[in-house]
Design a protein around this ligand. Structure first.
Ligand code: CDP
Length: 227
């Protein structure tokens, strides 16, 4: 059996659990590269929107993902850049429109196959923190440690709202909460790689924790001296 993820740290969890901010800081602290895999599914969603694809058509969405040339750069400064067909589209990935459509695209098995192959290639040299939904369960099954970061949906919706509220056209908290509930539901119930903790994952509930506390806890776990 192929081994994937030796020397990697996997962080999974639902939307706005803090995976990106915590993962970036943990990677910096450990001198590892960082890859936010959600950005790759977001990029496929942006490409589908740009192509005017019908989001009810799996075939159309698959064709867009197959045709796009996607490069995820896991930079040494802890950021991820996404380049599609030679253009850096990183700044377009976090709109509410993308939030509300990305789970449709990421539920398609062929789209996942394309992204997972690219993710494994990036992890093949180890020393990487990779965050997503299926990193510990599917993408890097040999990652150690595997972390499942979570918080209640109310906490997570509030975090996402605070993060985006100064952007023009940002919807009210109730709508952010509703979009997130829908996304959690699709991500957890889909057939292809549903969101769930790996059997050997450490579950970290972050409701009552600051970012710094979570980073320290994960750093302890990664160094093998968790209490
Ligand atoms: O930042 P946030 O947690 O809100 O979302 P994200 O990590 O950017 O992921 C966006 C979406 O991509 C998720 O809702 C999933 O549908 C999908 N995703 C996935 O299916 N598998 C991954 N490894 C990462 C993201």
């Amino acid at each position: 059996m192929q081994r994937n993820g030796a020397g990697a740290i996997a962080i999974d969890g639902p939307a706005a659990a803090g995976k990106t901010v915590v993962g970036t800081r943990l990677a910096r602290k450990m001198g590892y590269r960082f890859l936010d895999t959600g950005m790759m599914y977001r990029a496929a969603t942006v490409a589908a929107l740009d192509a005017g694809a019908d989001f009810d058509s799996t075939d159309e969405l698959t064709r867009v993902a197959e045709a796009m040339d996607i490069e995820a750069r896991a930079a040494a400064d802890g950021t991820t850049q996404i380049v599609v067909d030679g253009i850096d589209i990183t700044s377009r990935l976090r709109s509410h429109e993308v939030d509300s459509r990305v789970s449709i695209v990421s539920a398609i098995p062929r789209v996942r196959e394309i992204m997972v192959a690219a993710q494994r290639k990036l992890a093949s040299h180890g020393e990487i923190v990779m965050v997503g939904r299926d990193i510990g369960t599917v993408v890097l099954t040999d990652a150690d440690p595997k972390i499942f970061l979570t918080a209640t949906i109310e906490t997570r919706a509030k975090r996402r709202y605070e993060e985006m509220k100064d952007r023009p056209g940002q919807p009210p908290l109730e709508e952010v909460l509703a979009t997130m509930r829908r996304r959690d539901e699709i991500d957890s119930s889909r057939e292809a790689s549903p969101l769930r903790p790996a059997s050997d994952a450490v579950i970290v509930e972050t409701d009552e924790m600051t970012v710094e506390e979570v980073v320290c806890k994960l750093h302890d776990i990664a160094r093998g001296n968790a209490s």
